[in-house]
Write a protein that binds this ligand. Sequence first.
Ligand code: C2E
Ligand code: CA
Ligand code: CA
Ligand code: CA
Length: 277
Amino acid sequence: AAKTSGNEAVVYAPAIDKSSQESLSLLTELRRAAEENQFRLYVQPKVRLGTGQVIGVEALVRWVHPERGMVFPDQFIPFAEKTGFIRILTQWMLERSAALCSELAAGGIRLRISANLSTRDLLDQDLPMKFMAILDRHSLHPSSFCLEITESAIMDDPVRAQQTLERLHAIGVDLSIDDFGTGYSSLAYLKRLPVHELKIDKSFVLKMESDVDDTKIVRSTIDLGHNMGLKVVAEGIETVAAWELLEKMGCDEGQGYFISRPMPADQLRAWLHAWQP
Ligand code: C2E
Ligand code: CA
Ligand code: CA
Ligand code: CA
């Protein structure tokens, strides 16, 4: 520890102790959550904008905490990422998603699952192997999955990220750049990555109707994606107007509350049955 005056040590030490103790207990709670099955797989449908056909779902985690109730990912993913716990969570999500995908396939429903990877996952040299083992266990083709990676996760360690992405691509899984437009990645760099899809960040889509600049950003992102040979997906579609505008601008696919909020995986079948574009 750094040398401090007696007074400073007395003043600051308790605060530091407290925060590290809090972190420790959150980590303990996350580990317990995994053991006691408190995580839930939620899914949000993804549709083709031209037809409304459902082509897949995005897998999103929820934590049902015994005292705090539903905890949203923004409240624990960053921490899970910092501590490395995310690898356990990612593994769990991929496993559950694969199980869902093969259950649906057995019932004649073919949907592609989009799962989220984080920075730490991209640095995990074993991830491609672990992913293949999961596909194997559930007799799934790699094309049943799309893996979403944010720009910032890629830019954290571009060299290693590229290696992992190349290996995942070699397996045959599609890759998507999530939250596109919010990071600092250069296009020249993104162009070298084996990605198939761009996801326009919902912040732009949500403001489209009230801000012409956001409409312009969305329009140029769609054109840019298409010029790079990529499929373009919009998230945050909350109104019929947003859907129509995006469709008119040539956006391929979309997700959002207007179509459906994320729902527990076991409600998907009933939702699909009732869905009429
Ligand atoms: P994301 O990957 O960008 O996921 C989209 C988020 O937007 C989800 O929030 C979704 O519920 C929300 N959303 C979807 N449609 C709309 C809409 O029309 N309007 C609005 N306002 N929001 C909409 P969620 O589920 O709270 O997840 C937040 C973030 O947490 C995700 O952002 C993702 O980065 C992360 N996350 C969630 N699940 C996982 C996971 O299993 N693994 C990892 N690594 N990250 C995850
Ligand atoms: Ca995502
Ligand atoms: Ca996103
Ligand atoms: Ca996001």
